[in-house]
Design a protein around this ligand. Structure first.
Ligand code: SF4
Length: 202
C-alpha cells in the first residue's frame, strides 16, 4: 500500500487561513448532503495542532450544534484524549471527511466524499499536523485506500508522502457498540501519545 493522505489537486491553495476556509465551506452546496442537514460542521481545535483527528461526518448532535464530536462518541473521544494527557482544544484539531450530516448517520457516498474532500485537504495543509489519527473506515478509505479496512490496519503507522504519521483506529462510536474494541483503541492512542511526545521534544 502506498498511503496518500491527500491529493493536492484542489483549487483552494489561495486560501491561507482556516477562518477564510470556514467562511467558504459553510456556504458550500457541492453535494446533496447540504439539503438534508441543518448546518455545515467545519471542524475545530488548535489551528496549530500537531495532532489532527479525522472522523466520518457529523451526527445528530453535531448537526444541531455545528461542532464535531460533541455527542456520545465525542464525549468518549474526549475521555480517550484525557487518558493520554491531551486536551482536545489545546492539543488537537478535529474534522470529518464530510462536513454535512448524512441522513440516518449512514456512511458518506463516494461522490459526497469526493465533493467534500478538497475542504479537508486544505484544512490539513493549513493545520499542518505531524500526526493524523483516522477514526474508522470512512476516514481510512477516503484518505488512504478505498479498499482498506480498519480492523486489519488499525494500530499500524502509515506515513504520507509529505511525512505526516498516520494512525488508523476504530471510530469512538464503534466502541460504544462493542466494548471489545476499547483495548485496541487504548493501545493505538498510547502509540499516538508516544509519537506526540517525540514531536513535542523535537
Ligand atoms: S458535505 Fe461537504 S461538499 Fe457536501 S454540501 Fe456539505 S460541505 Fe459541501
Amino acid at each position: 500500500m502506498n498511503p496518500v493522505i491527500y491529493r493536492p489537486d484542489h483549487n483552494l491553495s489561495e486560501i491561507n487561513s482556516l477562518a477564510e476556509l470556514k467562511d467558504l465551506t459553510v456556504r458550500c452546496a457541492r453535494c446533496a448532503l447540504r439539503d438534508g442537514c441543518s448546518r455545515v460542521v467545519f471542524g475545530e481545535g488548535n489551528p496549530n495542532a500537531r495532532l489532527m483527528l479525522i472522523g466520518e461526518g457529523p451526527g445528530a448532535d453535531e448537526d444541531r450544534l455545528g461542532r464535531p464530536f460533541v455527542g456520545r462518541a465525542g464525549q468518549l473521544l474526549d475521555k480517550i484524549l484525557e487518558a493520554i494527557s491531551l486536551e482536545r482544544f489545546a492539543h488537537t484539531y478535529i474534522a470529518n471527511v464530510v462536513k454535512c450530516r448524512p441522513p440516518g448517520n449512514r456512511a458518506p457516498r463516494p461522490e459526497e466524499a469526493q465533493a467534500c474532500l478538497p475542504w479537508l485537504y486544505r484544512q490539513i495543509e493549513l493545520v499542518s499536523p505531524g500526526i493524523i489519527v483516522l477514526l474508522g473506515n470512512s476516514a481510512l478509505r477516503n484518505l488512504v485506500d478505498p479498499d482498506a479496512s480498519i480492523t486489519p490496519m488499525r494500530g499500524q503507522w502509515l506515513v504520507s508522502k509529505s511525512g505526516i504519521k498516520i494512525m488508523p483506529t476504530f471510530h469512538p462510536s464503534a466502541l460504544l457498540r462493542d466494548s471489545g474494541k476499547k483495548r485496541p483503541v487504548w493501545e493505538d492512542f498510547q502509540k499516538v501519545r508516544d509519537e506526540f511526545l517525540k514531536l513535542a521534544e523535537s
